[in-house]
Design a protein around this ligand. Structure first.
Ligand SMILES: NC(=O)c1ccc[n+]([C@@H]2O[C@H](COP(=O)([O-])OP(=O)(O)OC[C@H]3O[C@@H](n4cnc5c(N)ncnc54)[C@H](O)[C@@H]3O)[C@@H](O)[C@H]2O)c1
Length: 435
């Protein structure tokens, strides 16, 4: 069976490479010629642990190919995955232009009975629109499937190869059988394939991201409360995370969520729920809380420096919206950096993976350091934004010597407050009101 994956971004490339890894013949198509040319040379458009080896192996063994000829990819396939972007429209709703354009092209170029799988994150009701778009020019039977993707950037290959579950919205026995076969290699340990109707699958993706964003914002607000009342959010987190009804994941306070998914999916769900007369007040609050949280690092920095930032140098560790990725979309680091620059201070930043992306976005407005220690030279404060492993256990003496004043704002609670103070740092973490 030949599979075509249309769109080779984070989702399409990971899906294509992982499907090829289990033996399928996969052609990945993208309209971005430069991306495709580079992929043919095994040069990936992003940093994602383990993905380069997968692409190289499957490409060299002939199971994975790349093309800009979307029509030819569709013509060769029995299953087509739509994995193009769904950026937010001006009103916050998901922009379906790319998804529907691909759907029309599928109808025009299909050469046999086809399963059309939407992997992009799309609002409820999109399957019906995809079906109508394919039908415009289709000459063969086809089946629409909604297969939301739950991978995490930074752990995407593992998440795809060993998913907690696979969600499949189907409306025919044919597509149910084909998709069961396709995903069988990924659920051998007994993880479930959950079949459902198309609308429920579409809602499931947004419900998952809405829930996770809510947990993050809830904990960020609990952290704010802890600071005011002399409590420690790290202990509160353990106290509630050990409750089996709550569980330990996504309870770490931080500088606010970012990335390509949570912000836009929360917005889109607010929009959809409002449109159908079932407004989600919780999510509006989540969005508001997150916008305010993304200002917290700057507020803490400004207060630590008595509001006098002009002319100072601020070191920033971490630019990506989270560790193990070079993705800076909606990163809290950008909010911090813009606020610092607006005060007339300068920024020296380090990130193990995202500096090329930061340079593309910020150009010469900030400087970049080759190592995290180099970023500290002469700086008046350090702000830790991303929890990269290499920032977790640094040489504190070296840091103190390099900084011109030993002020640290730790947006990820990486260090022990007592230890930092005993070493002579002015140290501020998130939600530690008692330390
Ligand atoms: N990034 C994530 O972690 C993640 C996780 C789950 C779901 N999703 C969802 O998956 C979808 C894709 O996300 P992404 O991060 O991979 O996006 P991306 O922007 O990284 O990649 C999208 C790709 O689609 C290509 N494209 C656009 N129009 C095309 C067309 N007509 N024909 C062929 N190619 C076309 C673009 O050139 C680009 O390479 C989005 O709906 C997103 O919400 C993303």
């Amino acid at each position: 069976m030949t599979i075509a994956v249309i769109g080779t971004g984070y989702v399409g490339l990971v899906a294509g490479a992982c499907l090829a890894e289990t033996g399928s013949q996969v052609v990945c198509a993208d309209v971005n010629r430069q991306k495709v040319d580079q992929l043919k040379q095994n040069v990936l458009p992003m940093y994602e642990p383990g993905l380069d080896a997968l692409v190289e192996r499957n490409q060299s063994q002939g199971r994975l190919t790349f093309t800009t000829d979307v029509g030819a990819a569709i013509a060769s396939a029995s299953v087509v995955f739509i994995a193009v972007g769904t950026p937010p429209d001006e009103d916050g709703s998901a922009d379906l232009t790319h998804v529907l354009a691909v759907a029309e092209q599928i109808g025009a170029d299909q050469q046999r009975e086809l399963v059309v799988v939407t992997k992009s994150t799309v609002p409820v009701g999109t399957a019906i629109r995809v079906r109508a778009a394919v039908a415009k020019r289709s000459r063969f039977p086809f089946h629409v499937v909604s297969n939301p993707e739950f991978l995490k950037e930074g752990a995407a290959v593992d998440d795809f190869m060993k998913p907690d579950r696979v969600v499949l919205g189907v409306d025919s026995d044919y597509s149910r059988r084909v998709m069961s076969e396709l995903y069988a290699p990924f659920v051998r340990t007994g993880k479930p394939i959950i079949f459902m109707d198309l609308a429920s699958a579409e809602v499931t993706k947004y419900a998952a991201n809405g829930m996770l964003a809510t947990r993050i914002s809830f904990m960020n607000e609990i952290a704010g409360l802890c600071e005011k009342v002399g409590a420690n959010v790290d202990l509160v987190r353990k106290g509630i995370g050990s409750d089996s009804r709550i569980g330990p994941s996504f309870l770490f306070p931080g500088p606010g969520y970012g990335g390509s998914c949570f912000p836009k999916d929360v917005q889109a769900l607010i929009r959809t729920s409002g449109d159908v007369g079932a407004p989600m007040l919780v999510l509006r609050a989540v969005e508001e809380a997150n916008a305010s949280q993304k200002r917290r690092l700057f507020e803490k920095l400004s207060s630590a420096l008595d509001g006098r930032l002009a002319g100072k140098t601020i070191a920033v560790w971490g630019l990506a919206f989270k560790a193990q990725t070079d993705d800076m979309r909606e990163s809290p680091a950008l909010t911090l950096i813009e606020a610092v620059l607006a005060e007339g201070a300068s920024v020296v930043a380090h990130d193990p993976a995202a500096m090329p992306e930061a340079e593309r976005r910020l150009g010469a407005r900030i400087s970049f350091a080759t190592t995290n220690y180099e970023a500290l030279a002469g700086a008046h404060a350090l702000v830790v934004v991303t929890d990269w492993n290499e920032y977790r256990y640094p040489d504190f003496e070296r840091m103190k010597q390099a900084l011109s004043s030993a002020v640290i704002i730790d947006g990820r609670n990486l260090y022990d407050s007592d230890r930092m103070r005993s070493l002579g740092f002015t140290y501020h973490a998130m939600g530690r009101g008692n330390a």
